[in-house]
Design a protein around this ligand. Structure first.
Ligand code: ACM
Length: 437
């Protein structure tokens, strides 16, 4: 299994799962959605932590755990049940880290909604419990805002996209691209995630990475721009007029209506030409606004240098020292460093590697990562060079499988490699376009 449960005691023989079901209706629904037998005694009980469970398949199936733990037990069954039977076993299980995430960038390319469902289900299979949805950037704004419809009508579309690697200057494809998600679509996606234990954290990236928003509403910036057709760090940032701050407060008012998760990510990365005090001011103002609505604020690690207000959740991305640094400064912090957790980077220079933004992050390197004393880990799928779902899957798996195990309970690389072929067979049954080994 991946992630390998904390404790497994194998027993002789197999149990046929044909007994009756008793337990929460949500669990029965989940078993049914996976075509698993609706069977066993499932109970929510105290004493297993937030996400733990205890599964016994002996003369009957019994599962005890927290509400989330029972959901993870369903995912365990997904990996163990075949033909309605399971090897007799006893499993005690709970994760080491409360945050086990994956960032998916739907701003660079408007990935199809049905893929977002599939992606969430793949996260759930790996007991990854957070989808960080990067909804806005220079090249596209994908979140419907009813008060400001041009954010998606204008900001959701660009005239063309780069051909080949941006640094090679191979020109543009001349093909318009765009799209966005309605609030109703996203609310349904949130429910689907919650049924599986996966919470969605939305990101509205600012004050940099805002060229699409400024293209839609030029008063937010200081010059007229179009939705960007280029990859790379841009110089365009929003201005700091009171009306611009109000504008983004209104945007966040709609964000929190759609996404019930306790955190909203406000970006703060790669802001060019804005003093750090002003970056800190932006985040502080909006953090206060979110706090008044009962929400907490997440940010990229650049905020460490911007006299950050207390209470932020940091995402350490520039290197693996940033999340620990944020922890030292008294913050919660998720580790997602480029050299271990950026899965838009190539694994190698092998012939079949698709075009990648950079290299290399091989699978073994992912597994070597020691997150240390942090809130959790997260694997990042930026999509500049991943315009289609099958490419995202190629890059994501099995590196995200390795990350999932780091977040749950790290084993040895040797053990991971032994279990991987079987896991890839499971991914095959779901037609996942993972990178072959
Ligand atoms: C980032 O990769 N700019 C967070």
């Amino acid at each position: 299994m991946i992630p390998q449960p904390v404790s497994v005691t194998a027993k002789e023989g197999r149990l046929t799962l044909d007994g009756p079901f008793s337990g929460p209706e949500s669990i029965r629904e989940l078993l049914k959605s996976y075509g698993l037998p609706e069977s066993g005694t499932w109970s929510i009980v105290e004493g297993h932590g937030d996400e733990g469970y205890h599964l016994k398949a002996d003369t009957a199936l019994t599962v005890e755990g927290s509400e989330l733990g029972l959901k993870w037990a369903v995912q365990t069954l997904r990996q163990l049940v075949s033909d309605g039977t399971i090897e007799r076993t006893e499993i005690q299980d709970a994760p080491d880290y409360p945050w086990r995430g994956s960032l998916l960038d739907v701003a660079r390319w408007a990935l199809p909604l049905d893929f977002l469902y599939r992606y969430i289900d793949l996260l759930a299979l790996h007991k990854l419990n957070r989808l960080h949805l990067h909804l806005t950037d220079d090249q596209g704004w994908r979140f419907e805002v009813k008060r400001y419809p041009k954010l998606t009508e204008v900001g959701g579309f660009r005239s063309e996209s780069p051909v080949g690697h941006m640094l090679l200057e191979q020109g543009f494809d001349g093909t318009p691209h765009g799209g966005f998600y309605t609030q109703d679509e996203l609310k349904a996606l949130v429910r689907f995630g919650q049924e599986r234990g996966v919470e969605i954290m939305p990101e509205i990236d600012l004050p940099g990475h805002t060229q699409a928003a400024i293209a839609a509403y030029p008063q937010l910036g200081s010059e007229e721009v179009k939705v960007s057709t280029k990859w790379g760090i841009h110089d365009i940032v929003v201005n700091s007029e009171p009306e611009t701050l109000e504008f983004f407060k209104h945007v966040l008012d709609e964000v929190v209506e759609v996404f019930p998760f306790e955190f909203v990510h406000l970006g703060g990365d790669e802001v060019r030409g804005m003093p750090n005090e002003q970056l800190g001011w932006w985040i502080g103002q909006l953090q206060e606004h979110l706090a008044a609505k009962g929400r907490k604020t997440a940010v990229w690690d650049e905020l460490l240098e911007a006299n950050p207000p207390q209470g932020l959740l940091f995402f350490g991305w520039r290197d693996d020292t940033k999340a620990p640094e944020a922890r030292q400064a008294g913050f919660e912090a998720v580790s997602c460093p480029q050299n271990y957790a950026y899965y838009d980077w190539a694994e190698s220079d092998r012939e079949d590697e698709p075009l990648a933004i950079a290299g290399y992050v091989p699978l073994e390197q992912v597994y070597e990562f020691e997150p240390g004393d942090v809130t959790g880990v997260q694997g990042q799928l930026w999509t500049e060079y991943l315009p289609r779902p099958e490419l995202v899957e190629w890059r994501a798996f099995p590196r995200l499988s390795a990350l999932a195990e780091l977040g749950w309970r790290k084993q040895t690389l040797e053990s991971f490699n032994e279990r991987l072929p079987r896991h890839l067979e499971l991914l095959d049954t779901m037609n996942v376009n993972y990178r072959p080994r």
